[in-house]
Design a protein around this ligand. Structure first.
Ligand SMILES: Nc1ncnc2c1ncn2[C@@H]1O[C@H](COP(=O)(O)OP(=O)(O)OP(=O)(O)O)[C@@H](O)[C@H]1O
Ligand SMILES: [Mg+2]
Length: 234
């Protein structure tokens, strides 16, 4: 089964008197375990698409299925559960809690989830802190970290709940290229190890090349000739 299935999805934004057609009929199927990149110029609809897949916003028309279930008509509570249990988010601007330190930021989704024992919680947090290379910064607050270190915290926070899908909107845009590639390679490693599906947007050709498949958006539609799978990487 496809873990993500979009059928004829559109999204319009009202902007004063005019309508912005951010997405114009997106058909997209993503298999569980894919490592997939959404590319396209600024304004082509990448963030809109990721926000719809993550249930952060609702489509104007069309159907969005996550793991076989349409999310269009879920209640706010059901959507919250989906976002907490099935999806991990990584944002360009990190979105960490400023008053919490590295450890506490990564711990937060597990505390909200409640389903993980204190012992496993500790093990998972320390595992992902080590995996993102922040063992020396456990007690530091976000304002005491570099941009790259903040994004490492966000990656660990997204992964610690063991989500089936990680959505990352330009996760490397605020990082230098070496750090950006390290973050993508870390995500790729987790993808292969755990089978987590990753969907990330980027402008960076080097980052795109790491993907199994590149979805190229142009003015709210998918360019068909760029969606073939890169078999040799799978
Ligand atoms: N809240 C909003 N209200 C009105 N228009 C919006 C809103 N959000 C996005 N848009 C418009 O929808 C279109 C797609 O925007 P989106 O943010 O998805 O693009 P993007 O590909 O993520 O761009 P970037 O690479 O700059 O992040 C753009 O024309 C944008 O101006
Ligand atoms: Mg964007």
């Amino acid at each position: 089964m496809d873990i993500v299935d979009l059928q004829r999805v559109t999204k319009d934004y009202e902007l004063g008197q005019t309508k912005v057609h951010a997405l114009r009929g997106i058909d997209l199927q993503i298999k569980e375990g894919e490592f997939i990149s959404i590319a396209g110029a600024s304004g082509s609809g990448k963030s809109t698409l990721l926000n719809l897949i993550g249930g952060l916003d609702s489509p104007t028309s069309g159907v969005i299925k996550i793991n076989g279930t349409s999310i269009n008509n879920l209640s706010e509570g059901e959507l919250n559960r989906l976002r907490l249990q099935t999806i991990g988010f990584i944002f360009q601007s990190f979105n960490l809690i400023p008053v919490l330190n590295v450890y506490e930021n990564i711990e937060l989704p597990l505390l909200i989830m409640k389903a993980v024992s204190p012992q496993e919680r500790k093990e998972r947090i320390n595992h992902f802190i080590a995996a993102v290379g922040l063992s020396g910064q456990v007690k530091q607050k976000p304002y005491e970290l570099s941009g790259g270190q903040r994004q490492r915290v966000a990656v660990a926070r997204a992964l610690v709940t063991k989500p089936r899908i990680v959505l990352a909107d330009e996760p490397t845009a605020n990082l230098d290229s070496k750090t950006g590639l390290e973050i993508i390679d870390l995500m790729h490693h987790i993808n292969r190890l755990e089978g987590t599906t990753f969907i990330f947007s980027t402008h960076d050709a080097k980052i795109m090349q790491r993907a199994d498949r590149v979805i190229l958006l142009e003015d709210g539609t998918i360019k068909p000739d760029n969606s073939e799978r890169n078999e040799e990487r799978r």
